[in-house]
Design a protein around this ligand. Structure first.
Ligand code: ADE
Length: 267
C-alpha cells in the first residue's frame, strides 16, 4: 500500500512538472527579427529600441528589446552573403522569431530607381551563382525549384511586402517607392554594363550583398521575410562616391520605414 501511494505521488509530480514545461513553452513571446549588414544601417533602430539585454553569439550582438511596441531582436550581420546567412541562422536558432525584416541600402538598377528611392523586394535572386564554363560564366540559381517561391527566385511574404510598401509611402512619398526584384551577390556593383545585365537577366531594380542569403535561410526555416532597401547609389561608375555622400541618409530612411511598420503593426 505504502509503495502504491509513493508511486501515485511520483506520477502526480511528473505530470505537474510536464504541465509547467508546456505552459512555459506556450508563453514564449515571439519576436520580429530585424537584420542589417552595416553599422549605419542599424544605428537609428538601436537609438529607438528599448533594450532588454544584448547577447553576443558568434561575434554578433543580438539586441533583444521592444521597438515602438513590438518585441524584436535587432542585429548587424556584417557585409556579404556568408556573414548575413550565418548571423541569420544564429538568430533563428536562438530566439523565437516569427518574421524577418532586412533593412539597409542598395544600388539602384536601371532608370526607374534613383538615389534615395526605396525598393521593397517582392523576390530576390543570387546573381553570382552558377558555373564557370570554357565559354564563360553561366548563371543558375543553384537551388531546387520546390524550395523557392518561384523558379530561381525567393519570394517575399506578400503581407510583409504590403506593410513595408505602405510604411515606405508614409516615410518617403509614393513616387519614391518601388516594388520588384532585388539581385544579391558578393560584389559591390560599380559598372553600367553589369547593371544592364542585372536588368536584362533578372528584371532587377536594385542590387545589394545580403538579401537573397537571408531569404534562403528564412525559406529553409519556413519563416516569412521581406527585404527593404534605400538606394544609396546607382551601381554605376560613381557608386562609391554616391554611397559616401548619401549612404547614411539612405540607411536612416530605410530604418524609418521599419519603425513605421512597427507603428502600423501596433495599430
Ligand atoms: N549596396 C549599396 N550599393 C551597392 C552596390 N552598388 N552594389 C552592391 N551592394 C550595394
Amino acid at each position: 500500500m505504502k509503495k502504491l501511494i509513493c508511486l501515485l505521488i511520483a506520477v502526480c509530480m511528473v505530470t505537474s512538472l510536464a504541465a509547467c514545461g508546456n505552459q512555459a513553452q506556450t508563453e514564449v513571446e515571439e519576436r520580429i527579427g530585424i537584420i542589417s549588414a552595416m553599422d549605419n544601417e542599424v544605428a537609428l533602430l538601436l537609438s529607438e529600441v528599448e533594450i532588454d539585454h544584448v547577447d553576443t553569439i558568434g561575434g554578433v550582438d543580438f539586441h533583444v528589446g521592444t521597438l515602438h511596441g513590438q518585441p524584436v531582436v535587432i542585429m548587424r550581420s556584417g557585409i556579404g552573403k556568408v556573414l548575413a546567412a550565418s548571423a541569420a541562422t544564429a538568430m533563428l536558432n536562438n530566439y523565437p522569431i516569427s518574421k524577418v525584416i532586412f533593412t539597409g541600402i542598395a544600388g539602384g538598377v536601371g532608370d526607374e530607381t534613383q538615389v534615395l528611392d526605396q525598393v521593397i523586394a517582392t523576390r530576390l535572386v543570387q546573381h553570382d551563382c552558377g558555373t564557370i564554363t570554357n565559354d564563360g560564366f553561366v548563371w543558375s540559381s543553384g537551388v531546387a525549384e520546390e524550395e523557392m517561391g518561384e523558379k530561381d527566385f525567393y519570394a517575399c511574404d506578400p503581407e510583409l511586402v504590403d506593410l513595408a510598401f505602405e510604411a515606405a509611402v508614409q516615410v518617403v512619398g509614393k513616387e519614391h517607392v518601388f516594388k520588384g526584384t532585388i539581385a544579391t551577390g558578393d560584389q559591390f556593383v560599380s559598372s553600367e554594363e553589369y547593371v544592364q545585365k542585372l536588368q536584362q537577366d533578372f528584371d532587377a531594380i536594385a542590387c545589394e550583398m545580403e538579401g537573397a542569403s537571408i531569404a534562403a535561410v528564412c525559406t529553409q526555416y519556413g519563416l516569412p521575410f521581406v527585404v527593404i532597401r534605400a538606394m544609396s547609389d546607382k551601381a554605376d561608375g560613381n557608386a562609391h562616391e554616391s554611397i559616401d555622400n548619401m549612404g547614411d541618409l539612405a540607411a536612416d530612411n530605410s530604418s524609418r520605414i521599419v519603425i513605421q511598420m512597427m507603428d502600423a503593426m501596433r495599430g
